[in-house]
Design a protein around this ligand. Sequence first.
Ligand code: SF4
Ligand code: SF4
Length: 390
Amino acid sequence: MCLVNSDQSLSGRGGFNVGVAGRPPLVVAWELTRACPLACRHCRAQAQTERHPAELTTAEGRRLLADVASRFPGAVVILTGGEPLSRPDVLELAAFGSALDLQMALSVDVGRLLTPGLCAAIGEAGVRRVSFSLHFPDAERCDDFASNPGFFEGALYGLGNLREAGVPFQLHTTVMRANSTLLHTMHDLVGSLGAAGWELFFLVPTGRGRHLQGQELDPREYERVLRWLYRLQRHSSFPVKQICAPHFRRIEVQSAATRGERRPESVTQRLTVLSRGCMAGNGFAFVSHVGDVCGCGFLPLSVGNVRDRPFSELYVGAPLFQAFRDPESLGGDCGACEFRAVCGGCRARAYAATGDPLAEEPSCAYAPSRLSGRNGRTRLRPLSVVPGLP
Ligand code: SF4
Ligand code: SF4
C-alpha cells in the first residue's frame, strides 16, 4: 500500500538526509506493482492478486531512477505497491537507486515475507528504511482489517527479522473511527516493537478506501486527534508524525502562538521554507505501476506518463503541479485562509468531494478569518455549522 511519506526530518542512522540548502529532498513514491496477496479495506491501490502486464519494466524503472537522481540529487524514493516484494527485481532496483545516491525506502505490506534472509538482502541493497502498516494493536482486529488470518502474527515475525538484521523500520497507522480511541495503545505497541518512528495517516476516501467513508473522521474528530498528536509529539520517546492531515500545520502555528513559544509569523516562515502541509506535486510525486505521474497516490489525476516524457520534466512543468505550488490558486475556504501557504488542505480530499482538486479541504474545522470578518484573529468555525455535523 502506498505511503505518502513526508518524513524528511529524520536524520542519522536509518533516517533521510536533509537536502540541498537545508530544503527537504524530493520524495517520489513508485508503485512497483499492484499485486498483493492482501485485500486491506482502505487500500488506495485496490491491489490485485496478479501483476499487471503493463507494469514498468526493470529497464524502464532504471531509467526513471537515473532521471530522478540526475535532476533531484539525494531524492527519497519509496518503492511501494501493492506489495513491492511481489516483484522479483525489487532489490535489484533498490540497489541501483542506492548506487545513484538516492535514499531508497521500501513499503512492505506482508510481514511473513520478511524472512531473515530477505531482511539481510534488504539491508545489503542499501534500503534506508522499511515502512509497514499496522492499524490496530491486536491480532483479531488487524487480521480482520487485512482480511487475512495470521496477518498480525506475520507482522511481528517480519518486524522482528528486520530488527535482527539491523534494518530500521517505521510503522504507519491509518486513523479512522474504528481505531481513533486505540491510538494510545498503538503508540505503546510501536514503542515496544522498536520502530524508528510512527506515522499517523488520515484516511483519504479513494481507492478501496471509498468503501470506508463512514470511517473517515469528521472535522471535529480530526481536530481532536491532531491536537492530541501535537501534545504526544512533545513527550514521545520516538518520532511521531502525521501524514496527509495538512491542517496539522495550522495547529502547529496556532499552538505555538498560544504557548507564546514563537511569534506565529516565524513559525509560518519556517514551515513555508521547510515543508508544506500538502506535498502533492510540491515536494512529492507518485509514479503508478504503469508509469502515470500524479501528485500523490490518492489523487487520480495524471499529469503524464514516464514512458512518454521524463519524470523530471513532468514534475517541474505540469500546470497542475504548478497550481499546487501556488497557494493563490486555491479556492473556497482554503483560498481565503491565512494558513494556505503552510497547509493548503488535502487536494485529494477536495477532488474526491467536489471533482475540483483546487477546491477547499472538506475535513478542516477552521474558519478563515477573512471570510468570518475577523481579520487577524484565528478561531474555529462554530462546530454546529460544520457541514456534516448534527
Ligand atoms: S493530496 Fe492529500 S493525500 Fe495527497 S499528499 Fe496532499 S494531503 Fe496527502
Ligand atoms: S481552511 Fe484550508 S488552508 Fe486553512 S487551515 Fe483549513 S485546510 Fe488549511
